[in-house]
Design a protein around this ligand. Structure first.
Ligand code: ADP
Length: 548
């Protein structure tokens, strides 16, 4: 519209010397521009709304997908990679979505209208303008490919940066840096990756720049051609063309090249963001390894009998467990001993399906754990491990994680049983004391007892202690030992053991070596066998007094 009105202003108003028409046309032009701007505002709103919501959905979906990924995925992935994908990759595609969707629509519309209007004026000049269009598309593909590669590389550097940040700026990472005096090396390593990334970003943005120079050069040739040929037709051939017509054509050509330009840039951006999409979808394509059964079973009552039937487990082609079989009756306890790396943790991880067996089966109350509802199964298993994780938040928040609707009385009862209640009430804020980096600094033993209270609140039928006290001094150990005994009462228990007292009271001891059950029996029987258990016990008791 503005282009056509400009033509009429020249022909009818200026050359026709008609003031009232001129004024009317100018007013109309202003109104059209105003309307176009208002539409523009609406367009921006919708574009932003849509792109924000697409990324909102993408983020939620990705987060849910990650929640469903197996324990193995998190053990094998680098945290930085996951974070870059969740943050900058997804934000990167947001830009493309907002630019692309309405961009394609409005540009196509403008392009078609401009073409029709041009052909209505003069087909020779219109064709002349279009002839140049294919030139625009030439560099698109190449630029797109370059940017695809650069973007991918830049995001990989971003992964690297996030990894360095995660590793070196965490409490334990920073401690390591300080004690080994690696501050300078780490700073240099960070700077090197950072430098690589800016290099890539600059190259990426320049790849687009040359493309735009080429486009704008092509776009300035078109109008010149129309002036030249139009002028020639008008002056020499006396064609039926007015100055207004030529102005309109040139102006329409500008209107047409704009959308062609934009469509080509959109294509380049699109190819570039495919690099980001590819990274995002690589994660979506990862299959969920530990899946819920098709028709998951929920038991009405859980006794807590655990059985391993010829269990085999391998990480890739590295076999960790071979032919492990045992039956643990409800309410009984079993202790696992063996040299480090024997596969004790791996074995217990199979019960709540942190990994799935690669051969044989694990059953709970004689039902294969893979047939049970995953959430239900995990609800039945409590684990206390050596490194306890408490979320940022108050002690209460951390306890309620196990049972969100627990009453105050239940909380206190669990903490009393876990021998941590007295410690908590001594704190100024009691149960509302914050823990984590910016809160209370808890000792290993205190954390451990909170985690036992958390498991008590969960009230599982099966309880697993994985080296729960090995990092503690003997006073803390005493407190925890008592807490553990409360927890073990009337529950099926598996203890990866170290302290002799716990092992001695276990109903059965399995001695694991190289992923196989080498010996089994009670403490006194095993000692008499004079085998691996005897050897372990002897060496450990010399080093450690009464611990194994
Ligand atoms: P233990 O608890 O008896 O010390 P683990 O069960 O932790 O032994 O480990 C048993 C073996 O499995 C070790 O040799 C260890 O290197 C290997 N292992 C543990 N986790 C993984 C993993 N994610 N990928 C490959 N091998 C692993």
């Amino acid at each position: 519209m503005p282009a056509i009105l400009t033509g009429r202003i020249i022909d009818e108003g200026l050359i026709g010397r008609d003031l009232p028409v001129l004024v009317r046309l100018i007013v109309l032009s202003l109104a059209v521009t105003l309307a176009a701007n208002l539409i523009g505002v609406m367009e921006s709103y919708f574009t932003t709304w849509i792109s924000q919501h697409v990324t909102f959905d993408l983020r939620n979906k990705m987060f849910r997908h990650l929640q469903a990924m197996s324990h193995g995925f998190f053990m094998d992935s680098r945290q930085g990679d996951i974070i870059t994908r969740m943050t900058s990759d997804i934000s990167g595609v947001q830009q493309t979505i907002s630019g692309t969707m309405t961009g394609i629509l409005s540009n196509l519309l403008t392009l078609i209208i401009a073409l029709v209007a041009m052909y209505q004026r003069n087909w020779i000049l219109a064709t002349l303008g279009i002839v140049l269009v294919p030139l625009f598309t030439l560099p698109t593909k190449k630029v797109g490919k370059t940017r695809w590669n650069l973007t991918r590389e830049a995001q990989e550097s971003q992964d690297e940066i996030n990894n360095i940040l995660n590793e070196t700026l965490s409490v334990s990472g920073q401690l390591l840096v300080k004690l080994f005096v690696r501050e300078k090396t780490e700073a240099d390593r960070y700077e090197a990756v950072n430098r690589k990334m800016i290099g890539l970003n600059i190259r990426e943005s320049m790849a687009g720049r040359w493309f735009r120079v080429a486009l704008s050069t092509f776009s300035s040739i078109g109008p010149m051609l129309i002036y030249l040929v139009g002028g020639y037709l008008m002056i020499q051939r006396g064609a039926d063309l007015t100055v207004g017509d030529i102005t309109v054509l040139v102006s329409l050509l500008g209107r047409m090249y704009g959308p062609v330009n934009s469509l080509m840039s959109i294509q380049v951006d699109w190819i570039r963001s495919m690099a980001l999409f590819t990274r995002i979808f690589e994660y979506f394509d990862l299959s969920v390894e530990v899946k819920n059964a098709q028709e998951p079973i929920v038991l009405e009552k859980v006794n807590g009998t655990v059985e391993f039937n010829n269990v085999e487990f391998a990480y890739g082609d590295k076999t960790i467990l071979r032919d492990v079989s045992f039956r643990l009756e409800s309410g009984k306890s079993i202790a696992l001993v063996g040299p480090s790396g024997a596969g004790k943790s791996t074995l217990v991880n199979l019960i709540p399906r942190l990994f799935d067996v690669t051969g044989g089966s694990v059953t709970l109350d004689d039902v294969d754990v893979r047939a049970l509802d995953l959430g239900f199964l995990r609800q039945q298993v409590g684990m206390v491990t050596q490194d306890t994780y408490l979320f940022q938040g108050t002690i209460r928040d951390n306890l309620l994680y196990a049972k969100p609707d627990a009453t105050e009385q239940e909380l206190e009862e669990a903490c009393k049983k876990a021998n941590i209640h007295d410690f908590i009430v001594e704190q100024e804020l009691g149960y509302d004391s914050p823990v984590g980096n910016r809160g209370l600094k808890l000792s290993g033993g205190e954390k451990q007892r909170i985690s036992i209270a958390r498991v008590l609140l969960k009230d599982p039928a099966i309880i697993i202690f994985d080296e729960a006290t090995s990092a503690l001094d003997s006073i803390s150990e005493q407190l925890i030992q008592e807490a553990m005994e409360t927890l073990m009462k009337s529950r099926t228990t598996i203890i990866i053991a170290h302290r002799l007292s716990t092992i001695q009271s276990a109903d059965e001891i399995l001695v694991l070596s190289g992923g196989m059950v080498e010996e089994r029996g009670r403490h006194s029987e095993l000692l008499m066998e004079n085998g691996l258990y005897h050897k372990l016990w002897e060496t450990q008791s010399i080093d450690n007094g009464n611990s194994i």
